[in-house]
Design a protein around this ligand. Structure first.
Ligand code: GRF
Length: 194
């Protein structure tokens, strides 16, 4: 059973998909900790309801990224966490965590990277008028959505499609793909030369 921590900042629907997959027996992982940087974020309610311990911190109360990441690292180490799974965590991971978890931090992003990295990838795709976007799962490096790709899935954009509709389509793909790819990584059915 791979021990993971899920980092989230918002609604946490991907966190929920991971919780549900673990419960169903579709993901051989145990979620040891949820890490969240926003008080009141719904992902915290999801963690509480699932009985998962969480660590909520106020980034602004720390002098630096290294200072709060040091504290997070302490918690991860105590909990024996092997992989960090980012699920809508809106902060750039710093060297403290990157060095402690080389090739063991995974992110999901709502576009076909390298297109539309950074914030509001769905809005970026709509503004660009492209007929196709998608979902990327990748390892995290020190850049913004630049790490080696693990898996991608396309999502077509219909002419005149609303943001809400595209968001729904992308989320549906994410919720299926993320637990599935994590399972492949943890059971080493997928080997990457990242
Ligand atoms: C997802 O679209 C994910 O790709 C991106 O942030 C969003 C998080 O959504 N990194 P949720 O909080 O899991 O609902």
């Amino acid at each position: 059973m791979t021990k993971i921590a899920v980092f989230a900042s918002g609604n946490g629907t991907n966190l929920q998909a991971i919780i549900d997959a673990v419960r169903r027996g579709g993901l051989a992982a145990s979620i040891e900790l949820v890490v969240c940087d926003r008080p009141g974020a719904y992902c915290l309610t999801r963690a509480r309801e699932a009985g998962i311990p969480y660590f909520m911190f106020y980034p602004r109360k720390y002098p630096s990224k290294a200072a709060y990441e040091e504290l997070i690292l302490q918690q991860l180490t105590e909990a024996g966490v092997e992989y960090i799974v980012l699920a809508g965590y809106m902060r750039i991971i710093g060297l403290t965590l990157l060095n402690a978890y080389p090739q063991r931090i995974i992110n999901i992003h709502p576009s076909l990277l390298p297109s539309f990295p950074g914030r509001d990838a769905i809005g970026q795709a709509l503004d660009a008028g492209v007929p196709l976007t998608g979902v990327t799962i990748h390892y995290v490096d020190e850049g913004i959505d630049t790490g080696p790709t693990i898996a991608q899935r396309p999502v077509f954009i219909d002419p005149g499609e609303s943001r809400e509709s595209l968001e729904q389509k992308i989320h549906a793909v994410e919720h299926e793909l993320y637990p599935q790819v994590l399972q492949e990584i943890f059971t080493q059915r997928r080997v990457f030369n990242a």
